[in-house]
Design a binder for this molecule. Structure first.
Ligand SMILES: NC(=O)c1ccc[n+]([C@@H]2O[C@H](COP(=O)([O-])OP(=O)(O)OC[C@H]3O[C@@H](n4cnc5c(N)ncnc54)[C@H](OP(=O)(O)O)[C@@H]3O)[C@@H](O)[C@H]2O)c1
Length: 299
């Protein structure tokens, strides 16, 4: 995989799958902008990547997806850049009940609305590249998600798993809607989705005690962070992918294995649901996406 001359933004690049994606892209010769909420953690990740790829072109930007002000600051900072790809990887994962500073349910605000505004704000920079793409990272649990009626993502009877699944469903619906919108206006922008299956993204904290460490049954249905990152890397780098594709693991009910293009369940692919989600995100954030055909780049 040679990616020389390309530049990617990876959100949540300091650890877990985002870190592995950044390593893989940098190893392929791409420049990587690590968009992280904790700058020292981002710089520590840069040091680790440089140990493997000494010539890597790496940069850290501070991004807190929970804050639309922070998203705006990043899109302003990168407006003049040329970006080949944006990997929307960062996520709040089953956190306790809470609201972002903008008043959104945390998962909804960080995973869905934050990335919605970030991707839209980076459109001018993306359209400067010849074949730009946005990669939305979703999950197997999206299948069990429900889009909340309230555009702020708040719903009665908070359950972390439900809030997380809703946001991962929104990531998938948004990626598909973006693919439709880009195609309908003849844009060069590609929208692809990826899910990692079940990846042990934090191997430092294995579940269970000593027995769990000797035999952890979840290992049978999971894979390492590096393996889990492969569908995300393929979604970011494979030039043969068609817009609207979802890449995920090929084995054991989609939990592990080599990456391949996998089907999207029909509920997520509904154009009317996509249009509604988009409208709600614009209302909630007060942010409207620019026209996708603006900017340069050969069609
Ligand atoms: N691991 C799996 O099995 C699995 C399965 C399905 C889908 N996924 C998806 O894969 C992606 C990566 O998951 P992971 O397992 O690597 O998760 P992780 O290890 O928990 O890492 C999450 C990343 O998101 C960042 N983040 C959280 N809140 C943020 C915010 N407000 N602003 C900016 N960054 C923020 C974290 O930054 P800090 O270090 O500052 O907290 C961290 O870098 C997520 O989209 C997740 O939904 C993972």
């Amino acid at each position: 995989m040679r990616l020389d001359g390309r530049t990617y933004v990876v959100t949540g690049a300091n650890r877990g799958l985002g870190f592995q994606v950044s390593v893989a892209l940098a190893s392929g010769g791409a420049g990587v902008i690590l968009a992280v909420r904790d700058v020292p953690a981002g710089e520590a990740a840069v040091t680790k990547i440089r140990a493997r790829c000494p010539l890597a072109n790496l940069r850290v930007v501070r991004l807190d997806l929970a804050s639309l002000d922070s998203v705006r600051a990043v899109t302003d900072e990168l407006r003049q850049d040329r970006l080949d790809g944006l990997v929307c990887n960062a996520a709040a994962i089953m956190v306790k009940a809470g609201r972002t500073p903008d008043g959104f349910e945390t998962h909804w605000g960080v995973n869905h609305l934050g990335h919605f505004a970030l991707a839209g704000g980076l459109v001018p920079a993306l359209l400067r590249a010849p074949a730009p793409r946005v990669v939305m990272v979703t999950s197997l649990v999206a299948r069990w998600g429900q889009v909340p009626k309230d555009p702020s993502g708040l719903a009665p009877g908070y359950r972390p798993s439900r809030a997380y699944a809703a946001s991962k469903l929104a990531n998938l619906i948004f990626g598909l809607e973006l693919a439709r919108r880009a195609e309908s206006c003849g844009s060069s922008l590609l929208s692809v989705m990826a899910h990692p299956g079940y990846a042990r993204s934090d191997e430092q904290h294995p579940s269970g005690g000593r027995i769990g460490k000797i035999f952890d049954p979840t290992r049978l249905i999971s894979q390492s962070a590096k393996e889990g990152s492969r569908p995300l890397v393929r979604a970011a780098a494979d030039q043969g992918l068609v817009s609207g594709s979802l890449v995920g693991p090929s084995g054991l009910l989609g939990t592990r294995g080599a990456p391949k293009v996998v089907p999207v369940f029909s509920r997520a692919a509904s154009p009317s649901t996509g249009a509604l989600l988009w409208r709600q995100a614009e209302e909630a954030t007060g942010f409207s996406w620019p026209v996708l055909t603006m900017g340069g780049g050969p069609r």
